[in-house]
Design a protein around this ligand. Structure first.
Ligand SMILES: Nc1nc2c(c(=O)[nH]1)N[C@@H](CN(C=O)c1ccc(C(=O)N[C@@H](CCC(=O)O)C(=O)O)cc1)CN2
Ligand SMILES: NCC(=O)N[C@@H]1O[C@H](COP(=O)([O-])[O-])[C@@H](O)[C@H]1O
Length: 219
């Protein structure tokens, strides 16, 4: 089965993008990173991608003023130019319209730094600490028009320590993100994930393939 052509969309640092690029270096990985696209011209991840020999492009939402459709049509043209089959949102901070999400139904995934459905939106680590949850983590999900609400593909959890700060918790969660995002992309690219009644079913899943409980010693 040919490797699926993937676009990674970023807005910033790109550490999840780098984890996906690293995984795709393995020729047996069922996907190749065809292009990295940023809506922010000086996103740090662009240089990382270029250094890894990956094509990059900038589609600056500011150039399209507040016209989301025009921005997304420019994005769509760039994706078609690279014959992209799957999209990974990795710290991509633009809300996508139902039109764009519809174009990529069950072919676009996102990583979110919380155990969805808890803590949708922004500032997830701060809110987790304020709430006093004992487990926190990250989620890879299919993107649907409603933000952070798509079918869950993979999750990874870490314990929250009483002396945790937003920074210390974020540092442990990002390590989990870099483990579950390549895993989730592999499952989707292998065609092993099907959505039934809003829930993901993973074919031949060797439990706990799509769920990680990461012991403190590992983070
Ligand atoms: N239709 C969807 N679009 C996006 C989703 C999604 O689940 N459905 N996931 C996000 C990623 N994300 C959280 O995971 C997220 C991205 C952006 C925002 C946001 O409020 N953006 C503001 C602008 C902020 C900025 O430019 O810095 C906006 O778009 O007006 C919240 C959550 C990706 N898109
Ligand atoms: N709501 C989307 C969101 O908050 N995404 C989060 O942004 C960070 C991007 O880091 P990275 O650029 O190093 O991958 C990651 O923690 C990702 O989960």
């Amino acid at each position: 089965m040919p490797r699926r052509r993937v676009a990674v969309l970023i807005s910033g640092r790109g550490s999840n993008m780098a984890a996906l690029i690293e995984a795709a270096k393995d020729k047996n990985f069922p996907a190749e990173i065809a292009v990295v696209i940023s809506n922010v011209p000086d996103a740090g991840g662009l240089a990382t991608a270029q250094a890894a020999g990956i094509k990059t492009a900038v589609v600056d939402h500011k150039l399209h003023k507040k016209d989301r459709t025009a921005f997304e049509q420019a994005l769509q043209a760039e994706l078609q130019k690279h014959a992209v089959e799957l999209i990974c949102l990795a710290g991509f901070m633009r809300l996508l319209t139902p039109w764009f999400v519809g174009q990529w139904h069950e072919r676009m995934i996102n990583i979110h730094p919380a155990l969805l459905p808890s803590f949708k939106g922004l500032d997830t680590h701060k809110r987790a600490l304020e709430t006093g949850v004992r487990l926190h983590g990250a989620t890879v999900h299919f993107v649907v028009p409603e933000m952070d609400s798509g079918p869950i593909i993979a999750q990874g959890a870490v314990a929250v320590h009483d002396d945790d700060t937003e920074a210390s918790l974020a540092a442990r969660v990002i390590k989990v993100e870099h483990r579950i995002y390549p895993l989730a992309l592999r499952l989707v690219a292998e065609g092993r994930v099907r959505v039934e009644n809003g829930r993901c079913r993973i074919a031949e899943a060797a439990f706990p393939e799509a769920a990680y409980l990461v012991p403190d010693s590992a983070t």
